[in-house]
Design a protein around this ligand. Structure first.
Ligand SMILES: Cc1ncc(COP(=O)(O)O)c(C=O)c1O
Length: 457
């Protein structure tokens, strides 16, 4: 790939994340200059079909005038004010109210911040404050899952169950534990039924809580459907069992809805798709369709009342940030929620998801395809050298990496690779049409044939 002058300046002055730094110095980044609908354009004007919606986030597509207008109107009215220290703004109030009436948590309270990482990090602080306030100072450990992804701060990376993200950063922090990834393709035993697999995973969770001591375990955090760690849809009965165990030991259930919120799974919330009744939810990405950085922590009334008690004991609730409830972000999020209703996005996703899953399913028969998984408009294809033995490519992940590059460079399709397997993932903008879904998979299938041909002997 020839580097453009802008890409060269970028290499000189920017530290990029989630890259091999030496490869980045060599190859640089593609500079994206514009976008419309499900398409983005590079500096030469080449259109790419954005099969990943950026980072699973530009859910209403690029160039959505109604969102830009909402931001501009708010910029003109009040470009900034905070929502801490006895001040707030109308957009922050309106959004909190709208979210509280939409989430599957009764009498919810909403706290705003800027990113999914911050939301999960702050939530762990909130859980600590809550348990201290209600007289359970030992109940602090958090159980997360292998291959879960929860963000990039010290705590959010610790919750993340991807060892490559811990490496070199002295993580995870103490007090964070991980249980197995509920991915049947990798972890179900041969001959094990879905129900048996779910029961075994639940047994492992219960054992972990008992081993650690239930009085020391504060919460279990999970993405309803794991995103970056593999698009993992847990086996039927899993969350039902998990929730029984959490109730038994008075452990909070924290749903990380950063990817799954706002219709990605074909229902408004991933929690609803998966039959979950969490105590908290963290939201970002689709909240503003990524047009502004904004995230939200949604808390049950019971947790909120605990925080009020703690605040009364300590003199205040010592937490907040400068940009909390930024009015421009909140105005955009309100418009996103309005557009989701007006345009029937939830029903649209449920409908086009049928084409999406059909096109994924036919890949199953192709060489090196070990597994395909999808729900709503999030899907993954996982590759193995040998379908019977599930032997991975060496190095692991190399097939998907080559495929992602081929798809992008030759067929101008952007998809992404995933941790926790040799996988390519799709999470296109939710406004994608059936025709565009077909176009996406036509391009992907051609790239797959090219890369597979290179591995045939
Ligand atoms: C499920 C999940 N949680 C949290 C995060 C972190 O969000 P952010 O990148 O906005 O910090 C991500 C990001 O991809 C995510 O997928």
């Amino acid at each position: 790939m020839t580097k453009t002058p802008a890409a060269i300046r970028d290499i000189e002055h920017t530290l990029h994340g989630f890259v091999e730094l030496n490869a980045h110095r060599e190859n640089g980044s593609t500079v994206i200059t514009g976008g419309k609908g499900v398409w983005v354009f590079d500096e030469k004007g080449t259109p790419y079909l954005e099969g990943a919606a950026g980072m699973w986030c530009a859910s209403l597509g690029f160039g959505e005038q109604a969102l830009m207008d909402a931001a501009n109107e708010q910029f003109a009215k009040l470009p900034y004010y905070h929502s801490v220290a006895f001040k707030t703004t109308h957009p922050a109030i309106d959004l909190a109210e709208r979210l509280a009436t939409r989430v599957p948590i009764k009498n919810a309270k909403v706290n705003f911040c800027l990113s999914g990482s911050e939301a999960n990090d702050f939530l762990v602080k909130i859980v600590r404050f809550y348990n201290n306030a209600i007289g359970r100072p030992r109940k602090k450990k958090i159980i997360a899952r292998v291959n879960g992804y929860h963000g990039a701060t010290l705590m959010a990376t610790s919750l993340t169950g991807i060892t490559a993200n811990h490496a070199g950063f002295d993580l995870p922090l103490p007090g964070v534990l991980h249980v197995s990834d509920p991915k049947a393709f990798s972890n179900a035993l041969s001959g094990e039924t879905e129900a048996d697999f779910a029961a075994r995973l639940c047994g492992e969770l219960e054992e972990k809580i008992l081993q650690e001591g239930p009085d020391t375990v504060a919460a279990f955090i999970a993405e309803p459907v794991t995103g970056a760690g593999g698009v993992v849809i847990p086996p039927a009965g899993y969350y039902e069992g998990v929730q029984q165990i959490l109730k038994r030991y008075d452990v909070l259930f924290l749903a990380d809805e950063v990817i799954t919120g706002f219709c990605r799974t074909g229902k408004y919330w991933g929690s609803t798709s998966m039959g979950m009744t969490p105590n908290t939810m963290t939201l970002a990405k689709g909240l503003t369709s990524a047009y502004q950085p904004l995230a939200a922590i949604v808390l049950s009334d019971e947790i909120y009342r605990g925080l009020e008690l703690g605040s009364a004991n300590l003199g205040w609730f010592g937490h907040g940030t400068t940009y909390a409830g930024h009015p421009v972000g909140c105005a955009v999020a309100l418009k996103v929620m309005e557009l989701i209703e007006e345009r029937g996005i939830e029903a649209h996703v449920a409908r086009v998801a049928q084409t999406f899953s059909k096109r994924l399913d036919v890949l199953r028969d192709l060489p090196f395809v070990g597994d395909v998984r999808s729900i709503g408009l999030m899907g993954a294809v996982e590759f193995v050298v040998d379908k019977k033995t599930k032997t991975p490519f060496n190095p692991k992940g190399s097939f998907a990496k080559a495929l992602k590059e081929r798809a992008e460079q030759k067929y101008h399709l952007i998809c992404r690779t995933l941790a926790g397997g040799d996988s390519c993932a799709f999470s296109p903008p939710l406004i994608i049409t059936e025709e565009e879904i077909n176009e996406m998979f036509d391009r992907f299938t051609k790239a797959l044939a090219d890369v597979a041909a290179g591995y045939m002997h």
